[in-house]
Ligand binder design. Structure first.
Ligand code: NAI
Ligand code: MG
Length: 494
């Protein structure tokens, strides 16, 4: 078995970190397989990466935005060409099934493609001045060196959707990818290198959050941090950024509901719920984790969903028969198992699952049976906290008002969906729901490159990622006043 080494990329060179404790990259579908090791970076490695990014900044920002956009666009094309290779690596180290992994690479390609086009649209505004002979306008400018800290659940798409707008806007980047997915991180950056990003413009530090990640947040030459991950770490980084006077963008947790009303197409709602709850093993920030179902269709919904759950085939994502992969690592798996105990202790009714899956080869992986709970009430922890596993809680309600009330009764507000055929209810839902993205008669998951992505309430802070809004976090505005009176009538010195 080959032991791949995943190194840092600093100033155009692949280099080892200075720490002594490399991080094992383990296949979660079979934890006996150690794919390789990521180098262990310390504060001094982060210093070197930030210094390289700082040095590269002046030339990169001086390049015209369309020229930067061309390089970024070329990286997107390479993703498309390399979808099979990147997808396979992603499946091996993260666990999601190959179809999902390749879909993620395609999504990354779409994002990079869309965002590269923003290079030709880095527009400001011309604004009329109240002072005679004065031209007033706004222009965007980059921030400098930006730090990107990313999670394992979309190890290709999330770095891509942060790197592309950062570079297009003229920033240079230091990326700290997730410990669990160092190979994918490497491939994400390799495409940008091959596309012609100059040395120092895009750097990786592989390493742990508490060392490499924290050093990046704290570094005085890092102008801003964009983070996706847990609520706990996100709030910590946000607070740290505030104390250092540094802008922070965070995309954190979700507890996304699907609302199924009494006039819903129940079969469609069931299919959407199964996809949202068990797809990617529930390890999406947009995963469906609550079904809020009208009592008139509750029993039918639960019965059909149990059938759909029984069809799920857990296993190694490289096997084309598999429809659901494992939890990403022992820690995440342990968290899911802990919630199964919490659910049992809270007195939920377990319709299916509720256990580790260990049949045959599953024994060597971190698999949980797709789990369906009924009898869940809104005060229970399984109805309020992000589990990030294939666990769905069904809450029974009476009508749309109670459904909306329950849906909004959590601290998160990322995404949601409603199933109904009634246009009045559709608009009532759109008006009242407290989520940043919402779906009518489609699953809670997914998001297209050209549309903003992000949540309300405690789900995050900072401008939306993806879409045209992605550029916001990575630019500052300059407001310019030009007096062109040239002494005519004594100038405008009043
Ligand atoms: P995490 O927040 O610990 O890790 C995310 C990234 O932050 C990683 O690159 C990590 O190395 C880095 N990091 C960790 N501590 C840091 C620190 N002190 N300073 C700077 N960087 C640091 O998330 P984790 O532990 O992987 O997952 C825990 C839970 O978070 C999951 O069970 C899930 O509920 C949630 N999560 C949500 C995600 C989302 O898409 N919104 C993505 C991943 C996790
Ligand atoms: Mg963590």
């Amino acid at each position: 078995m080959s032991d791949h080494q995943f190194l840092n990329y600093i100033g155009g060179e692949w280099v080892e970190g200075s720490g002594t404790d490399p991080i094992p990259d383990i296949n979660p579908a079979d934890t006996r397989e150690v794919i390789g090791h990521a180098t262990d970076s310390q504060a001094q490695d982060v210093d070197a990466a930030v210094a390289a990014a700082k040095e590269a900044f002046e030339d990169w920002r001086s390049m015209t935005p369309p020229s930067r956009g061309k390089i970024v666009q070329a990286a997107g094309r390479l993703y498309e060409q390399r979808a099979a290779e990147i997808g396979e690596v992603l499946t091996r180290e993260e666990g999601k099934i190959l179809a999902e992994a390749k879909g993620e690479v395609q999504k990354g390609a779409n994002l990079v493609d869309f965002l590269s086009g923003e290079a030709r649209r880095l527009n400001g505004e011309t604004v009329p001045s109240e002072i005679p002979n004065t031209f007033a306008y706004t222009v965007r400018c980059p921030l400098g060196v930006v730090g990107l800290i990313t999670p394992w659940n979309f190890p290709m798409a999330i770095p891509a959707w942060k790197i592309a707008p950062a570079l297009v806007a003229g920033n240079t980047v230091v990326l700290k990818g997730a410990e669990q997915t160092p190979w994918t991180t490497q491939l994400v950056v390799q495409a940008f290198i091959d596309a012609g990003v100059p040395p120092g413009v895009l750097n990786i530090v592989q390493g742990r959050g508490a060392t490499a990640g924290a050093a990046l947040v704290d570094h005085p030459d890092v102008a801003a941090i964009s983070f996706t991950g847990s609520t706990e770490i996100g709030r910590h980084i946000w607070a740290r950024g505030a104390s250092l006077g540094k802008p922070v963008q965070c995309e954190l947790g979700g507890k996304n509901p699907i609302i199924v009303l009494d006039d819903a197409d129940v079969a469609l709602a069931v299919a959407a719920t199964a996809k949202g709850a068990f797809g990617s093993t529930g390890q999406r920030c947009t995963a469906t984790s609550r079904a809020i179902v009208d009592r008139r269709v509750h029993d039918q919904f639960v019965e059909e969903l149990a059938k759909a759950a029984a069809q799920v085939i857990p296993g190694n994502g490289l096997d084309p028969r598999t429809t659901m992969g494992p939890s990403v690592d022992k820690e995440q798996f342990g968290k899911v198992q802990e919630y199964l105990e919490i659910g049992a202790a809270e007195g939920v009714e377990v319709i299916c699952g509720g256990r580790r899956a260990t049949d045959g080869a599953l024994e060597y992986g971190l698999f949980t049976e797709p789990t369906l709970y009924t009898g869940v009430t809104r005060d229970m922890r399984v109805a309020r906290e992000e589990i990030f596993g294939p666990v769905l809680s069904v809450l029974e309600v009476d009508g749309i008002e109670e459904a909306l009330d329950v849906a909004n009764d959590v601290e998160f507000g990322l995404t949601s969906s409603v199933y109904t055929a009634d246009v009045n209810r559709v608009f009532r839902y759109i008006d009242k729901i407290e989520t940043g993205m919402l779906h009518v008669n489609s699953p809670t998951i997914g998001g297209e490159a050209q549309l903003p992505f992000g949540g309300m309430k405690k789900t995050g802070v900072g401008p939306r990622e993806m879409g045209k809004t992605a550029i916001e976090f990575y630019t500052e505005w300059k407001t310019v006043y030009i007096d062109y009176s040239g002494g005519f009538r004594g100038g405008n010195l009043y």
